[in-house]
Ligand binder design. Structure first.
Ligand code: A3P
Length: 367
């Protein structure tokens, strides 16, 4: 079965031929054929006009194997980091807007659960908790796919991966758990029309920006982060992919007033007392967990458990370079103290007070 056609920008076509154990054949430009990489049970073909290659990946395979294959493929290619662009007044990158026509038209179902966060606020954590609440009732039916396959990232459209919309549309599970980082105004209208449940997780901005900085160093789907000082400045100006942290957290906070189906959680509360927050979540969802199931969810969603779990630690996601910084990095509240200078912290607090003065939303910067 032939799969989806992908586009990817190559640093150098010649790099496709670097590994002698693979068959990577360069053929003449008129056919735009760059090479064929034959893996143990799959084939990718690259067609290259100039620096742009297209390739097909077979779809009907286990995603972990596919991830390994893609990883070898991407080591021969260099995915180009995107530029920060503006989209409808919000800073974005093209990986999250290329497929926006389809994102906007996405048809939510009434029992879909939308997981919303500003990047690095604990998306994977809450996603795994929800996965286990719904699909982890017994060890036999525990999730067996990486989290980015089980919980589609709605607006993502990146080389070598099915788009978030495609993944979500293919899902037969009920409920569908769908993740987004979109600010309130960009969320597809059908989620409101269908009165879907929304789980929002917010994290204090100082830890959020530190986590985002390290993530952008290792994640080649995001623009080049530059150094810490300039990164922090850009964060304060809202010049991040998905825009201003302030607009995001306050926009979704206000939405609670008109959408009672929205539960607003805090990373710090989850760190402080996960059993309590799990109970709140279950109350909101109307789910009753037995004691053994509840224990299983709590055990499996601790930081160390998720760090060591290949399905949740993104080690199979080939556009992340964990040797630069691991995805599951520290998982703590207050790590910002290891990054901010005293002057940076004071200036940040001043700016924070100004920007948050009209909001009833407040954050704990330490526990
Ligand atoms: P750090 O970089 O501060 O370690 P997201 O999933 O939104 O990308 O967020 C990733 C952040 O959440 C990372 O923060 C990661 O370590 C943290 N995280 C993930 N799982 C966690 C868990 N079970 N407990 C605490 N923090 C967790």
């Amino acid at each position: 079965m032939r799969g989806r056609r992908e586009e990817i920008t190559l640093n150098s076509v010649n790099r496709l031929a670097v590994n002698p154990s693979e068959s990577a054949v360069l053929s003449p430009a008129p056919q735009h054929t760059c090479g064929t990489l034959t893996g143990p049970d799959r084939t990718a073909t690259h067609t290259v006009p100039g620096w742009t290659a297209q390739f097909w990946t077979q779809q009907a395979e286990h995603p972990l194997q596919r991830a390994e294959f893609n990883s070898r493929l991407s080591s021969m290619m260099e995915v180009k980091r995107p530029e920060l662009t503006e989209f409808r007044g919000v800073c974005m990158s093209h990986y999250f807007t290329d497929n926006f026509d389809n994102v906007e038209k996405f048809q939510a179902r009434p029992d879909d659960i939308l997981i919303v966060t500003y990047p690095k606020a604990g998306t994977t954590w809450i996603s795994h908790i929800l996965e286990l609440i719904y699909f982890g009732k017994s060890p036999e039916v525990l999730p067996s796919l990486p989290i980015y396959e089980c919980v589609p990232f709605l607006e993502l459209s990146a080389p070598g991966l099915a788009t978030g919309v495609e993944l979500a549309e293919k899902m037969s599970s009920r409920p569908r758990l769908i993740k987004t980082h979109l600010p309130l105004q960009l969320v597809p209208p059908s989620f409101w029309e269908q009165n879907c449940r929304v789980i929002y997780v917010a994290r204090n901005p100082k830890d959020n920006v530190v986590s985002f900085f390290h993530f952008d160093r290792m994640n080649f789907v995001d623009p080049e982060p530059g150094d810490w000082n300039s990164y922090l400045e850009r964060f304060c100006q809202g010049k991040m992919v998905f825009g201003s942290w302030y607009d995001h957290v306050t926009g979704w906070w206000e939405r609670r007033q008109t959408h009672p189906q929205l539960l607003y959680l805090f990373y710090e509360d989850m760190k402080e007392d996960l059993p309590r927050e799990l109970d709140r979540l279950c109350d909101f969802l109307g789910v009753a967990l037995g004691e053994a199931e509840r224990d299983r969810v709590l055990r499996a969603t601790g930081f160390e458990a998720m760090k060591n779990n290949r399905l949740t630690n993104y080690s199979t996601f080939d556009m992340m370079k964990h040797d630069i910084s691991p995805f599951m990095r520290k998982g703590m509240v207050g790590d910002w103290k290891n990054h901010f200078t005293v002057a940076q912290s004071e200036a940040f607090d001043e700016d924070y007070r100004r920007k948050m003065k009209d909001s009833t939303l407040s954050f704990r910067m330490e526990l």
